[in-house]
Design a protein. Structure first.
Length: 91
């Protein structure tokens, strides 16, 4: 019985403790901050997809070493594509 009460008490304490800290972390972004964040996320997505695609093709062509080379090449191509899109004004 004591074990159940102790477990229930600790569980409730953890629950309410996490709710309080979650509210403290909440931040509001300005429009400019949101756009900048979105630009960085798009960059990361484009480079990551390029690297993953390059690694997949490299792994099929040359095994482990080919995957590493393909990932580097794909990441570079993703970076070039991202710069191209940003230059055209489509962040």
């Amino acid at each position: 019985m004591k074990k159940r009460l102790l477990t229930a008490g600790l569980s409730m304490g953890l629950l309410f403790g996490s709710i309080g800290s979650a509210e403290a972390v909440t931040r509001y972004r300005t429009q400019h901050q949101y756009i900048e964040h979105r630009r960085h996320m798009k960059t990361a997505k484009r480079v990551g997809i390029g690297a993953a695609g390059g690694a997949a093709v490299g792994a099929l062509a040359g095994g482990g070493k080919g995957a590493a080379i393909g990932a580097l090449a794909g990441g570079g191509v993703g970076t070039l594509y991202d710069r191209h899109k940003k230059h055209r004004g489509r962040y």
